[in-house]
Design a protein around this ligand. Structure first.
Ligand SMILES: [Zn+2]
Length: 400
């Protein structure tokens, strides 16, 4: 290709002399058309370059670059000084972040494509972050995390990232292209990363994979037909991981846990929230219902469903309850491991008479003597069902 823009082969060059051809006010911004194709306009899923333009002694910010039918246009929030010659300084922090994000996107998409039958959909790359949508087959989180590890490995291996210009007719299945691209252009620029990936692309890229520095997936959103992955690279990715780690580390001293157990700690927190909600419902229920004591043939039957309780707190509660009349008391603490206590007061039979068979039938274990029986169940799927079956069985035995 005769005139290759410098941002493809020499993306780290930031300063250029430019000729201003036309200035136009559009809304509150100014569009400054330049003659030279030396700054990357937005397009192909990538944001435009930013920077500053100096004309004579006055410098204005360039907030975006766009491509119009008659050339490259710099967008500024300020009116430029009159003049035909200027010096353009590209914002290299923004540019280099885009380069890192774009090359990382090629790596991620190519690695996942080798594992799954997917196509690249919407793509967005700017100096803050990158995102890519993969269409087709469902991609499990583990596959995405494996791909992240492979991207990090390729960064470490410092592979060259090269631009080549090929005849569109020579493009075969070893080169990733968007549909219709080979028909639209006679020649295509192909970005090749070592042996890993070749992809037709007009974006800007780092020259070696190690320039990406670091790569971290921040979010994965899925629906039936697409997976949307958001990521960051470089120092920004390192900073992000460090902030999250330190957020957990800070809490480690007030609530002792090992960092490797963070997942289990979060699971426990989720469980605690669910239990709290159940407890609140229980308290509301207790406060609004007049009496939870059922009368059967002159015997009181009181049963309480107590989320958040364990075998120990159940015993404490059972020991504090007294009755001068005949009463059967069932206390039930639900959970994957459920616990129960049955206590009888002034009853003709011992506690185990009213409960031991039912506990066995529901798959639990337990024992006790005289007025107290305690038992439990493991791997309970539906504690409410277990509780209701126990109540029905006790009601039957009291009635006899
Ligand atoms: Zn690309």
């Amino acid at each position: 290709m005769s005139n290759v823009p410098p941002y493809w082969n020499d993306p780290n060059r930031g300063g250029f002399d430019v000729s201003i051809e036309r200035v136009e006010q559009v809304g509150t911004s100014y569009h400054i058309q330049i003659k030279e194709d030396i700054i990357r306009p937005s397009g192909g899923g990538q944001a435009g370059d930013r920077g500053s333009l100096t004309i004579e002694d006055s410098c204005i910010p360039i907030i975006d670059t766009i491509s119009e039918s008659n050339g490259i246009v710099l967008v500024s929030s300020e009116e430029p000084s009159p003049g035909h010659e200027g010096q353009l300084e590209i914002d290299m922090e923004w540019r280099q972040s885009m380069m890192k994000n774009h090359t990382a996107e090629h790596l991620l998409a190519s690695i996942i494509k080798k594992k799954k039958d997917v196509a690249v959909g919407q793509l967005w790359i700017d100096g803050d972050h990158g995102s890519v949508e993969l269409l087709g087959e469902n991609i499990e989180l583990d596959t995405i995390f494996e791909a992240e590890a492979e991207v990090l490995d390729i960064i470490e291996r410092n592979m060259p990232v090269e631009s080549n210009f090929v005849d569109s007719r020579e493009v075969d299945s070893t080169i990733r292209t968007r549909e219709g691209l080979t028909e639209k252009h006679e020649k295509l620029r192909v970005v090749t990363i070592g042996e890993i990936d070749s992809c037709a692309c007009s974006g800007i890229h780092v020259l070696h994979t190690k320039d990406i520095g670091f790569f971290k997936i921040l979010d994965v959103k899925k629906n039936e037909r697409s997976t949307h992955i958001e990521f960051v690279t470089g120092t920004k990715a390192g900073q992000y991981v460090s902030d999250i780690y330190n957020m957990a580390l800070r809490r480690r001293y007030s609530y002792p846990f090992e960092m490797e157990q963070l997942g289990a700690v979060l699971d426990k927190a989720k469980q605690a929230i669910d239990i709290k909600q159940e407890l609140i419902e229980k308290i509301i229920n207790l406060l609004t219902e007049s009496s939870s004591v059922e009368q059967i043939n002159g015997v009181g039957f009181r049963h309480e469903y107590l989320p958040g309780f364990d075998s120990n707190t159940l015993s404490i509660l059972a020991n504090q309850m007294t009755s001068t009349k005949p009463l059967v008391l069932l206390l039930f603490a639900p959970g994957i491991k459920s616990h129960l206590i049955l206590r009888v007061y002034n009853m003709p039979q011992e506690a185990s008479y009213y409960i031991s068979d039912a506990v066995k039938q529901v798959g639990g274990k337990g024992g006790g003597k005289t007025d107290l029986f305690s038992g439990g169940f493991t791997e309970v799927v539906d504690p409410v069902e277990v509780y209701e079956r126990l109540i029905q069985s006790i009601q039957k035995l009291i009635r006899q």
